[in-house]
Design a protein. Structure first.
Lengths: 528, 313
């Protein structure tokens, strides 16, 4: 223990400038981050929107700078007793490697983890969330950060001899991640501004984009174990080439796992049938879809050789305690002569009892459109979906002030352009479980003691299906928004009053299922 | 018989196809001042790094202070002081900071000796190592490696590139420590080594050509000058112990590496019966080193030309 403290004190004295810089970045994050919810006006024409944009960008920059500060700190710390090379003075001094390694981890615990935990606790308190109540999420987030960021960085530091060399490794990793993540994201310069590029790249390289939340824990465990093995091998034996080979093998291993995973060998339809088994014969229909009338307004696709089909769907057949979250949708159009065309589409919101209207948009090649438009066609909509079941309900009175929803987060109204209001909610370390929000409208006018909300927009569904207690990230607050899909005719003679009970219903996936809905006798010309 | 502080057994190290250290068998007795000499690239630094477990041997093994060098780490270094010309010191620290830091690692650290060394070397405790000259850095390294009275001091080219004054200071301090320790040092500065070494080993292209007491070596080597009655051609087969034989007119010169006055004289008369006068001159370590190095080069050149001729044939 004496040697551990001795080395720790030496490192602290030596690296105080790096420590101060790292702490300053964390402090800046603590300052900038809460402005994301304290500046709540979302009106694009309001000058304060620019302020909000700046604070959002600052928060993003500081969130990225924190791990960069760690990178510098870890590199300097490990290279102080470099494990690569044969000229280091410490190699022939009575260092015991477990003590040396322990001293390094003590340093990281005190100057990396403690400031982060303190900063996250401050931010949670600022957001109106009790930090102690989020302990599992905080620990899970630390586990992810350790496995995916800290330990791999320490491992890389143990196989590099200088900061410059380690920096080049970092650049290579960032380029590798960008090559992996950018093509799928369709990132590009929208308005030719550097800011736009930074924002888009930041989004593409964000942890949740690179690594799906369900894959974060296994990847963190795998990377963490491999990194630990490299670190111990280096400190105990200094086998730099073996260690380098192990680390180089990590991306190869992850690639192989991806390629050799059982699903990878299957073709698209086979995999879909496996992951989303078709509904059993004779089982009652999970959903019924019909073309809504009147059909869509006329729309034109940007591509001249494509015809954009767009139509509203009337949804029915879903029981009150169930919902259907569509992960993939395929539209097949069959002509009277047997000719078929298929295309993919997406549905943004789960279907529920109250979500009675949806829409479908498909780009159809103009040649196909020309062939099929003459006579009525049959539409087959195949849905690969998760059947959801309502689990837990919480009711809170509607308020224009900040209010807390148990197991959901802290919510506040966020006015939108045009006077609409949605609710912006903050939750700790992850978005809330997939939740549907409903409200009771009043037949009578609001009493004088209550405020009437004139119009509310937005999606009644919010949150994520995954069950992990946290997502990888530096900032502890996740934002989600919900509103009430209120159609004008629903509101006829009804009033939305503060104090009305807002019901939050959490849903749990019951099963994955594939179901097909057939709509015969559709005239394509009416849909374009 | 004295216990060997360092003993190597067929110690070898390869870097790719290059044999940096080739089957070295070496024993350094306790209390010795052992000088490992050899030309640049002979493998001295590699051998020392093998002894210090900085590098791992390709074959063979060595024992340093009763510990297999492959297991040398942690506490074992509390009894070893190691200084190398190209060692990276913690340059961000001050001299005093470095001494304070290392002190905690050594239970036997002698604060009085530390103060004495700092005084003797005139070390500025408050200056950063990065700001010191090469000589001062070497002094600081010496002070930090001697203050705990190590049982074994290993020095790799410690005087290389230093001015004579600094060298004398370092040697003086080293000799003060000599009675209580074993010193193993490598150098190609033979004149200085000769003045204080008790043992010497000669490494050439990774191979240890000899390893013995300095006095025995000095006794063994003689520069021989023979005056002949008449000019004579060198015979084809001369004894292997005659290094670099050269003749001109009535004079014959060579270095004898198995010198024993009576035997050597008899041997000369056997090959040159007309020898009139024979003189034997003692040799400096530098002269011995050069004679061996040149002889080895000649042998290697002969071997390669023979091999080329055989291949041609």
């Amino acid at each position: 223990m004496k040697q551990i403290l001795h080395i720790f004190v030496k490192d602290t004295r030596r690296f105080w400038p790096e420590i101060l810089i790292s702490l300053a970045i964390v402090a800046a994050l603590v300052y900038a981050y809460p402005h994301q919810w304290t500046v709540t006006v979302y009106n694009m024409q309001d000058p304060s929107m620019d302020l909000l944009g700046r604070f959002e960008m600052l928060s993003g920059i500081f969130s990225a700078l924190v791990p960069l500060g760690w990178f510098v700190l870890i590199a300097r710390l490990i290279h102080a007793e470099s494990l690569v090379g044969d000229r280091q003075n410490w190699l022939t001094r009575p260092y015991r490697w477990p003590q040396l390694l322990a001293a390094k981890f003590l340093f990281l615990a005190i100057f990396l983890y403690v400031p982060l935990v303190v900063a996250q606790s401050i931010l949670l308190s600022e957001a109106g969330i009790d930090p102690l109540s989020t302990l599992p999420g905080m620990l899970f987030n630390l586990l992810l950060l350790t496995g995916l960021v800290v330990l791999p960085t320490v491992a890389i530091a143990t196989v590099t001899s200088s900061f410059i060399r380690m920096f080049f490794v970092l650049i290579a990793i960032v380029i590798g991640l960008a090559v992996y993540a950018v093509p799928a994201s369709g990132v590009g310069l929208v308005d030719n501004s550097v800011r736009s590029l930074i924002v888009q790249l930041g989004r593409v390289l964000s942890p949740s984009h690179i690594l799906h939340s369900s894959a974060q824990l296994p990847t963190a465990l795998l990377l963490g174990v491999i990194s630990c093995a490299v670190v111990v091998l280096q400190y105990a034996r200094r086998r730099e080439w073996i260690s380098r080979m192990i680390l180089l093998g990590v991306p190869v291993l992850l690639g192989c796992i991806n390629l050799l995973a059982p699903t990878s060998a299957l073709s698209g339809q086979t995999r879909l049938n496996r992951d989303y088994p078709p509904q059993a014969v004779g089982e009652p229909a999970l959903i019924d879809l019909a073309i809504a009338h009147p059909p869509a307004v006329s729309r034109w696709t940007a591509k001249s050789d494509m015809a954009d089909l767009f139509f509203f769907l009337h949804v029915s057949g879903i029981s009150s305690e169930n919902a259907l979250k569509v992960d993939q949708a395929k539209l097949t159009i069959q002509g009277s002569d047997g000719f078929q065309w298929s295309g993919r589409s997406i549905f943004f919101s789960p279907f529920s009892e109250s979500n009675r209207q949806s829409y479908l948009s498909v780009d159809l090649p103009i040649s196909v459109y020309s062939r099929l438009q003459a006579s009525p066609v049959t539409l087959r909509i195949t849905l690969a979906a998760e059947q959801l079941h309502a689990e837990k309900q919480t009711s809170v009175p509607l308020s224009t002030q900040q209010f807390t929803v148990p197991d959901y987060g802290v919510c506040a109204t966020a006015p939108q352009r045009g006077g609409a209001t949605i609710f912006s909610c903050r939750s700790a370390f992850r978005e809330p479980t997939l939740t549907r929000t409903t409200i009771e409208k009043s037949e009578a006018p609001c009493p004088a003691s209550q405020t009437e909300l004139m119009y509310m927009g937005g999606n009644e569904w919010s949150g994520l299906m995954n069950s992990e207690p946290a997502e990888l990230g530096i900032g502890p607050i996740m934002f989600s928004m919900f509103g009430f899909e209120i159609h004008q005719r629903d509101m006829m003679g009804k009033h939305l009053c503060t104090g009305a009970p807002v019901t939050f219903t959490q849903y749990k996936a019951v099963r994955h299922v594939q179901t097909t809905v057939t709509i015969p006798n559709v005239q394509l010309t009416a849909l374009r | 018989m004295m216990e060997a502080t360092i003993r190597t057994n067929q110690l070898s190290k390869r870097f790719g196809r290059t044999k940096a250290v080739d089957s070295v068998d070496l024993a350094v007795p306790e209390g010795a001042i052992y000088a490992l000499v050899g030309a640049n690239g002979a493998g001295k630094t590699t051998l020392i790094k093998l002894l210090m477990n900085i590098l791992r041997p390709t074959a063979g093994h060595s024992v340093v202070l009763t510990t297999d060098s492959r297991c040398l780490q942690g506490k074992a270094f509390q009894r070893i002081g190691y200084v190398s010309e190209n060692q990276e010191l913690p340059e961000g620290m001050t001299v005093g900071g470095m001494l304070d830091y290392f002190r905690a690692f050594y239970p036997a650290w002698d604060r009085d000796l530390e103060a004495q060394l700092v005084r003797q070397f005139d070390l500025p405790r408050g200056r950063k190592l990065a700001q010191l000259s090469r000589g001062m850095k070497m002094k600081a390294a010496f002070a930090s490696s001697l203050a705990y009275r190590p049982a074994l001091i290993i020095l790799d080219e410690p005087f290389s590139g230093l001015d004579p004054l600094v060298r004398d200071e370092l040697i003086e301090v080293l000799l003060e420590r000599a009675p209580e320790t074993t010193i193993f040092l490598s150098s190609h500065d033979l004149a200085e080594i000769e003045s204080f070494s008790s043992h010497v080993g000669f490494l050439d292209q990774g191979r240890l050509l000899f390893s013995e007491e300095m006095s025995v070596l000095s006794e063994r080597f003689r520069e021989v000058s023979v005056t002949l009655d008449k000019p004579s051609v060198l015979p084809d087969h001369l004894p292997a112990s005659w290094l670099q034989p050269q003749s001109a007119d009535c004079m014959l010169h060579f270095v004898h590496n198995r010198y024993k006055e009576s035997d050597t004289a008899r041997e000369i008369y056997a090959h040159f019966p007309t020898a009139r006068d024979i003189s034997f001159d003692a040799m400096s370590l530098r002269s011995i080193f050069l004679a061996i190095a040149k002889a080895n080069r000649d042998v290697a050149a002969h071997a390669s030309s023979d091999a080329a001729e055989e291949a041609h044939a």
